[in-house]
Design a protein around this ligand. Structure first.
Ligand code: GLN
Ligand code: ZN
Length: 784
């Protein structure tokens, strides 16, 4: 008799007269660790503040892991991951596992504890933190390993085996997850003093023995599987790198004996050569692919998949909050099964669920209809399992039925579609929306009107957000204070900020953004087509989380969003007051975007809404308008072949917002992050009059573009100091920076400004830093 865990007798599918119920296989790549109500965040912060002890932190963490494993086990997931929990970051965990602690943290040997671990993550009184950077194209940031020829590796954290044992003690057999050695090495940077051209992959000999120790430990603890995350395989690796990948896994073959091996890739298509290298590996039992973003990978699988191996098919999107279209996924899975063989398909998530929100159950503000369109991590686990069950022949009809009703309502809901907007966007493609006058002529016209000194000074927008200010906004939201009182309170704040800037002698002023909690949420709340969650947090780094808005429908702007505030601020001063907007690409990239139309369609819709706002600001007499595109660079696709298309539409969307303003209206844009060199031509193509850009943390890097002779005719303000640190730069230091810039940029186009908004700083820091900045600008002006 067959064991039928799920089927009731009447539901057993009959095929050709046989009962066919097969083993069902489901897998989750990884799971959010922050907790449904950010429990880990609060536990960490209270521990760091010294308010609670190690035990409290460890208890919260253990409870979270426990409930995640139980949830997956209860849902019926077969391959449940462990070691996907982290107190800070999984790359840092790997650095810790390998004992690759930079010497400045003073660790020598033994198991690495919290003090060293958190010092690497966050710095301590005497040593700064290790660098942090974006994890592929997500908004998650990892701690960058610092490696070189002299690093001595050792097995210094038993976290992987400890977590495995912990789950086992709860009666749950898990798949321990490690970052694969190739991804780890290729995401590392040369340690201080190590040559930039140092080949990270040459360290493979040194780290494999440590990996082997981990395997041995896991085997003796009873592990039967191991998962290597190798997302680096979706990047455009060269032949040598791919060869190193193949070699590394071949060399691990003997030490992996006795374990089933899964190599998980995610975030994009696996290029054909990488697919070949990967699927040729002998020691691997299963291969994981992102089949949401990796549509070409499906073709590769169809063209050939190694016989007898398992395909971990990532059909449930880990990057988004949308409910899966279960029927469509089931079809995909069935067609894959036809290729790779019965029982060879394991249903999985496209990537770790780390990048989506945690649990829809805690959303009380969202209406029922909208909720029926959504699935957060906890719901995605159920989806994965439901698909696996159906694939094995036991379909949960009720669940599929509810799902298809949700899908249908989303397709036909009048909340989603707005014919007028669709038409406007269709028309957008007929023009490339360039301003009719060249930038140099525009700058002349603007200068006539603005009459700014050489090296004009400005700031990026926000001024410190005090606790008082946050309270006022909170009370207003909760309707505890009236509209009039709220406006009055904000007005007082604006006046303070304007007065301060006038005293400092800044040339182009900002209102300080006191009325905004967040640069995307502020606009999203006033646009139609956006929804907001109460607990839809996603980890950004360490204990920091973001709560991206959900764009579910066609975007329109029912009424002006900033004109009231900007006009109010402009009336307070004779100096130009910048209108301050967030650009369409940034609004898109920092939201959970629709998956029922291409991203660029949504972006063009937002662009048209922002265009209306720009023109309303202009009508209200605002002559300088800044449209922030802080997140333009981070939306760049991972694969080179897709980058041009993205940059084309992203830059086009930006131009749409301001193509019809007068020559005398000066359009600024601002960008964060320092990796601009590869997209400098797209930045020029945005055709803004002035760009302010983060620079101070990567001085030479940005300026080197201009050394290489790139012509930049528009205004440009590479940040003259780092706003991320409380440190006050001296006037001399800033002057020196400006002089460096003048060596490559014309004094007629150079602006003087900080790296980014001042929101996170304190007032006394801001006052001293800006005062030194203005002094430096004045000094150099006098020398011109
Ligand atoms: N105008 C915004 C501010 O100053 C820009 C923030 C950003 O670039 N991230 O806060
Ligand atoms: Zn910025």
């Amino acid at each position: 008799h067959q064991f039928l865990p799920f089927a009731t007798a009447s539901r057993r599918p009959r095929r050709h007269g046989f009962y066919l119920v097969r083993a069902m296989s489901s897998h989750i790549v990884g799971y959010p660790r922050i907790g449904p109500k950010r429990e880990l965040k609060f536990a960490l912060e209270s521990f760091w503040d010294g308010k609670t002890g190690v035990d409290d932190l460890q208890t919260v963490a253990a409870n979270l892991r426990n409930s995640i494993w139980k949830h997956m086990a209860d849902a019926g997931i077969k391959y449940i991951p462990s070691n996907t929990f982290s107190y800070y970051d999984q790359m840092l965990d790997t650095t810790t596992m390998l004992g690759a602690v930079p010497s400045r943290y003073g660790w020598e040997s033994g198991e690495i504890g919290f003090d060293v671990y958190f010092s690497m993550a966050r710095g301590n009184d005497s040593v700064p933190a290790m660098e942090m950077t974006k994890w592929f194209d997500t908004n998650y940031h990892y701690i960058v390993p610092e490696l070189g020829p002299d690093v001595e590796f050792s097995y210094a954290s038993h976290k992987a085996v400890d977590e495995f044992k912990e789950a086992k003690a709860l009666g749950i057999d898990t798949v321990p997850v490690l970052i694969g050695p190739i991804t780890y090495l290729l995401l590392s940077k040369p340690a201080k003093g190590v040559d930039k051209s140092f080949c990270m992959l040459s360290l493979i000999d040194k780290i494999l023995p440590i990996y082997k120790e981990v395997f041995d430990d896991l085997k003796s603890a009873g592990a039967r599987w191991i998962q290597f995350d190798e997302p680096i395989l979706v990047m455009d690796l060269d032949t040598n790198q791919l060869q190193a990948f193949s070699d590394a896994y071949s060399r691990m073959e003997s030490s992996l004996a006795g374990l089933n091996v899964l190599i998980a890739t995610y975030f994009a298509d696996v290029p054909a050569e990488a697919y070949k290298a990967l699927t040729s590996l002998k020691c691997v039992t299963g291969f994981g692919f992102d089949l949401v973003r990796g549509l070409e990978t499906v073709d590769l699988i169809k063209a050939g998949f190694p016989r007898g191996k398992l395909l971990f098919a990532g059909v449930v999107d880990g990057r988004n909050i949308w409910a899966n279209d279960l029927s469509a996924s089931l079809k995909t899975l069935q067609s894959l099964e036809d290729i790779v063989g019965k029982d060879k398909v394991v249903v999985s998530t496209s990537c770790s669920l780390l990048h989506t929100a945690v649990d829809l159950v805690n959303e009380t503000r969202l209406d029922k209809e909208l909720k029926s369109w959504l699935a957060f991590a906890a719901q995605k686990v159920v989806e994965v399992n439901a698909l696996a069950k159906s694939l094995s022949g036991v379909k949960d009809e009720a669940l599929f039925c509810a799902n298809s009703m949700g899908q249908a309502s989303r397709r036909s809901s009048p909340r989603v579609t707005n014919a007028a907007v669709q038409q406007d966007v269709a028309a957008v493609k007929k023009s490339d929306h360039r301003r009719s006058t060249e930038v140099s002529a525009r700058l002349q016209a603007q200068q006539k009107k603005l009459n700014l000194p050489a090296l004009p000074t400005t700031t990026i927008g926000s001024f410190p957000q005090t606790a008082d200010l946050r309270r006022i906004r909170r009370e207003f939201k909760a309707k505890k204070i009236s509209d009039i009182d709220y406006v009055q309170a904000i007005k007082v704040e604006f006046e303070k900020v304007v007065k301060l800037q006038e005293e400092l002698g800044i040339d182009v002023l900002v209102h300080g953004e006191a009325e905004r909690n967040d640069m995307v949420e502020f606009f999203g709340e006033q646009l139609s087509g956006f929804a907001f969650t109460s607990n839809g947090w996603v980890q950004s780094y360490g204990s920091r989380c973001v709560k991206p808005p959900i764009i579910y429908g066609d975007v329109t702007r029912p009424k002006a969003m900033t004109v009231f505030w900007s006009s109010m601020a402009q009336k307070m001063t004779r100096h130009p007051m910048k209108g301050m907007l967030t650009g369409p690409v940034t609004i898109l990239n920092w939201s959970f975007a629709r998956n029922d139309q291409p991203r660029h369609e949504t972006c063009f819709q937002i662009a048209l809404a922002i265009k209306d706002e720009v023109e309303d600001l202009e009508k209200a007499g605002i002559t300088v308008i800044q449209i922030d595109e802080a997140a333009l660079r981070e939306g760049l696709p991972l694969r080179r072949s897709e980058q041009e298309f993205y940059l084309d539409w992203a830059v086009h969307a930006f131009r749409i917002t301001n193509c019809d303003v007068h020559d005398t209206t000066q359009i600024h844009t601002h960008m964060c992050y320092s990796n601009f060199n590869d997209i400098i031509h797209s930045i020029i193509n945005m055709d803004a009059d002035v760009i302010t850009i983060e620079n101070s943390r990567s001085d030479e890097k940005l300026l080197s573009v201009f050394h290489e002779g790139v012509k930049y005719g528009a205004g440009i303000g590479p940040g003259v100091y780092d706003i991320h640190s409380p440190r006050i730069p001296s006037a001399e230091e800033i002057a020196e920076r400006i002089n460096k810039m003048l060596a490559v940029l014309d004094s007629k186009v150079l602006w003087v400004n900080p790296d980014c908004g001042l929101k996170t700083r304190k007032y006394d820091e801001v006052k001293s830093a800006l005062s030194n900045m203005v002094a430096a600008a004045k000094l150099i002006r006098s020398e011109l």
